[in-house]
Design a protein around this ligand. Sequence first.
Ligand code: NAP
Length: 295
Amino acid sequence: MAEPVFRRLCIIGIGLIGSSIARLARAQGDIAGVVVATDANAEHLERARELALADVVEADAARAVAGCDAVLLAVPVGAIGPVMQRIAPHLAPGCIVTDTGSTKGSVVRDIAPHLPQGVHLVPGHPMAGTEFSGPDAGFAELFRGRFCILTPPEGTDPAATGRVAELWRRAGSMVETMDVATHDKVVAIVSHLPHLIAFTICSTADDLAQETREAVLKFAASGFRDFTRIASSDVDMWRDVFLNNREAVLEMLARFTEDSQALGRAIRWGERDFIEDRIKRGRKIRRSLIERKQA
Ligand code: NAP
């Protein structure tokens, strides 16, 4: 078996993503020699012990990171700054701090001021997830065949970036590197806007008069059902994503609003070609996703 990428890895936030990495690290043995888990939620910590997700389960984040050569933050993006502030004085020299947050501009903004000299920052975002959360929701195969985007700030030690990339490759992911602004725009369109639309459609359906809402739920086995799956995602995580990728989300929403109004106008005026073109473009995108094995 290959040498573990890290000697001692601390995972902060043992929810869906954190516990998936922990399961993987424990199962494979080539990611970390020792896995330490910590979380602000006492029930989740207890569950991490019961499920044997880590070699060491520690309630105090500052004690958990001591002596680690890597710390992975898998908490909602709004919690990353406060967590970093708490652990910073306890990080070992040469330690690599990475994360899994869905927004990257905010993560760099919130971590950088607390980063001690000699500690490396390699932000990351596994493009994999489900609508479930907490330690029971994780599974080791979550990242297999999916992309993981790294956004190392300029001047980051390439060796540190290389080790984080190796973690994700061993998790079965394809690793890409990009700048934070590109990342935040891309995820705004592929992930944040679809969630915004799903939350909105469900609220609109919920606002309908009682009688109509009953019919919506009864006959939901059409397009609506797919939106309800996305809309059942974690509240804290998604509130933080919208608040921390505000500019990119608002930009995509403005474009989407314009484009959906254009389709509405075409429907009003019976513009068949325009309507057909929109539907064909949807089918084309779906086909290319299938060809890229990302469907
Ligand atoms: P999750 O299942 O809710 O897990 C997050 C864990 O962190 C929970 O146990 C949570 O406890 C804990 N936590 C919250 N604040 C904390 C703090 N200040 N200190 C320590 N622990 C804290 O969420 P997740 O889905 O794994 O998401 C984790 C991160 O990965 C987020 O930044 C998210 O944006 C990103 N991500 C998520 C997905 C996805 O599809 N879910 C995909 C890619 C990336 P409580 O439950 O008590 O708050």
